[in-house]
Ligand binder design. Structure first.
Ligand code: ZN
Length: 404
């Protein structure tokens, strides 16, 4: 029996390799699958036959460009093998997307969230309704939904779908598994939003240059400050994490933060903190729940015209970010920093402070400035990160459940 189960494990691992290669490269022919996975031709034949029989992948025939000779047979994921719902929670709304097993977007809508103190209980009701809505619009059977993948800013439990703390609901915990389980038998996962951005950037980087990626950090600037780190651990394998960067200490006993502590990085670099500083509001003032981007745009316009206090507010935000990054990089390693989020529109005002904050550390004086780059399409990256994570979870679940 032991022999049989270890054979089965090898077969499962090889099946996951095949599915992962199809995810990374799109439709592939038999020999390409063998090349990319380093598995023998006979193993590829056995695995693709099983996956095809289980209706997980399908064959397509493509006529050669010359129009002569035998058509080329390629394998790819079957779109109707199952479906995934992506739920992106942001400070002003929730976006629902329905995606098929091949990664194609089928339906999407967003719902605004009111900024009244509606609390977690009402929010959960709205999410349950949103999920029902996307399911009924699609006319897909409930049991064809293989996974619900949720993201939010804030602190996420590392092993359960529990939002421990978030800028929106504070310490009102939301256990998504518990609240959605009555309606949904499917698997539910929850990730920090900037962790998904880092995951997507890591995947893009490795696709462009397989030997280039070592590690990378994503820094998201906005109402709150998010950070994700991606590290390559092997070919096609990456480790991702989202340390609680925004609430790391910047100044002991400093400005009041939304988390209730004093002196966090966010209490100097979040949108509310920039607003508070620009208007010279006392630092112990309870931070605004939500600051529209248009308000920040006005402060930025004044700063660009030379208004001293407005310019100082951005510079100080930059210094807090730069100091925080220098501490982070001193503890980890020197790596490129990809800056993303709504705050990138003020990068011209933040940059000097960020570089100043970084330059104060021994690590930067010794090794030089880390590469700073701006990445504009945060929303797209969050979605890409969801697909990367969720589809690989689905692939390994399918294989582990047995292919029948
Ligand atoms: Zn804080």
């Amino acid at each position: 029996m032991l022999t049989k189960s270890s054979t089965e494990l090898v077969r499962q691992r090889n099946s996951v390799l095949v599915l992962a290669a199809l995810r990374r490269h799109g439709a592939l022919a038999h020999t390409q699958l063998s090349d990319f996975t380093a598995l023998s031709s006979a193993t590829i034949s056995a695995i693709t036959a099983d996956l095809e029989k289980a209706e997980v992948i399908e064959k397509s025939e493509q006529q050669a460009a010359s129009g002569r000779g035998r058509p080329r047979v390629q394998f790819r994921q079957r779109r109707d093998c199952g479906y995934l719902i992506v739920v992106i929670i942001s400070s002003d709304g929730v976006q629902y997307s329905l995606v098929d097993y091949a990664g194609t977007l089928i339906d999407r809508f967003s719902e605004e969230r009111s900024h009244d103190p509606d609390g977690a209980t009402q929010f959960v009701v709205a999410v349950r309704e949103g999920l029902e809505r996307i399911l009924s619009r699609s006319r897909i059977a409930r049991d064809k939904i293989m996974l619900i993948s949720i993201s939010s800013k804030g602190l996420v439990s590392s092993n359960e779908a529990v939002l421990m703390w978030s800028p929106i609901f504070g310490s009102d915990r939301i256990d998504f598994e518990a609240v959605l389980r009555p309606d949904w038998p499917t698997k539910i996962i929850l990730d920090n939003e900037t962790l998904l951005v880092a995951a997507a950037l890591g995947a893009r980087e490795e696709a462009n240059n397989p030997d280039g990626l070592r590690s990378l950090t994503a820094l998201s600037l906005g109402h709150s400050i998010g950070l994700g780190i991606v590290r390559k651990t092997g070919p096609g394998e990456r480790e991702i994490s989202a340390p609680n960067f925004g609430h790391m200490l910047h100044v002991a006993g400093g400005g009041l933060c939304r988390c209730g502590s004093r002196g966090c990085i966010e209490a100097y670099a979040g949108f509310y903190a920039i607003l508070r500083m620009a208007f010279e509001v006392p630092l112990d003032t309870i931070p605004a729940k939500f600051v529209p981007v248009s308000e920040l745009d006005k402060i930025a316009a004044r700063a660009r015209q030379g208004h001293r206090m407005s310019a100082f507010a951005f510079r100080q935000a930059g210094v807090a970010l730069g100091n925080g990054l220098s501490r982070l990089l001193s503890l980890t390693e020197r790596m490129p920093v990809a800056i993303t989020g709504q705050g990138t529109r003020y990068y011209d005002l933040l940059r000097q402070g960020i570089e100043e904050g970084l330059a104060q550390s021994h690590m930067v004086r010794m090794e030089g400035m880390p590469e700073l780059r701006i990445v504009f399409d945060e929303q797209l990256l969050v979605f890409e990160g969801h697909l990367n994570r969720a589809l690989s979870v689905i692939d390994s679940d399918i294989v582990q459940a047995g292919l029948g």
